[in-house]
Design a protein around this ligand. Structure first.
Ligand SMILES: CC(C)(COP(=O)(O)OP(=O)(O)OC[C@H]1O[C@@H](n2cnc3c(N)ncnc32)[C@H](O)[C@@H]1OP(=O)(O)O)[C@@H](O)C(=O)NCCC(=O)NCCS
Length: 183
């Protein structure tokens, strides 16, 4: 039996908007990637804890690509929603946009996926409510999260196999067009 009543995606949809102040900048005058990562973690926590009604921890971050630089003075908005739920885990999709308020230009700087796990009072993973998918987009995102999980599992298994079997000839073949020298 489900521990909690199912909740729709919209129940936990969360947006955080923050002004990029000078102390967030790197030596090049653009915003540190770490500042954006910290904001992503916050918005992921907010969405996951709203859905689960529990304290949540970050267990995995999937593909953070910084596609465009963010400038001091930009207003950065992070839009998060629960894309998938497992038993205790939730995949939170986050879209980050940066807006130059003077020119009105809006840049999509990145999209990424955080896996959060809900914990109970005993500090152990605890079951989260089912997710009610109300739109085609909700269904597509849920299915895409399943594919992403499967790809990650396959990738991890492949990397483990590579670690076990180190074949010099095979490695030399794979690296023949790379900028390295095997001694
Ligand atoms: C997250 C954590 C509780 C998982 O503990 P665990 O003993 O592996 O528990 P389980 O095996 O039951 O896994 C719990 C869930 O996490 C998922 N999970 C575990 N490792 C994962 C990973 N690397 N990527 C994605 N999901 C993962 C499992 O699939 C499971 O999901 P489900 O319940 O929906 O099926 C534990 O690893 C932890 O406390 N990690 C530290 C978290 C933290 O401190 N984060 C802050 C980062 S600085």
């Amino acid at each position: 039996m489900e521990k909690e009543k199912a909740k729709p995606v919209g129940f936990s949809r969360t947006t955080i908007t923050e002004l990029m102040i000078p102390s967030y900048a790197n030596f090049g005058g653009k915003i540190h990637g770490g500042i954006l990562l910290s904001l992503m973690d916050k918005v992921a926590f907010a969405a996951a804890s709203k859905h689960s009604g529990a304290y949540c921890v970050t267990v995995s971050v999937d593909t953070v690509d910084f596609l465009q630089p963010v400038a001091v003075g930009d207003l950065v908005s992070l839009k998060a929603s629960v894309n998938h739920v497992g038993n205790s885990s939730m995949v939170i999709g986050i879209k980050v946009i940066a807006e130059d308020v003077k020119s009105g230009s809006v840049k999509h700087t990145n999209t990424c996926y955080f896996t959060m796990v809900a914990k109970g009072d005993d500090d152990k993973p605890t079951q989260v409510p089912k997710l009610i998918l109300e739109s085609k987009t909700d269904v597509r995102r849920f299915v895409q999260a399943i594919f992403r999980k499967k790809l990650k599992k396959d990738h991890t298994e492949k990397m483990e196999t590579m670690k076990k079997g180190w074949d010099k000839e095979e490695m030399s073949r794979l690296l023949e067009n790379e900028r390295c020298i095997i001694e």
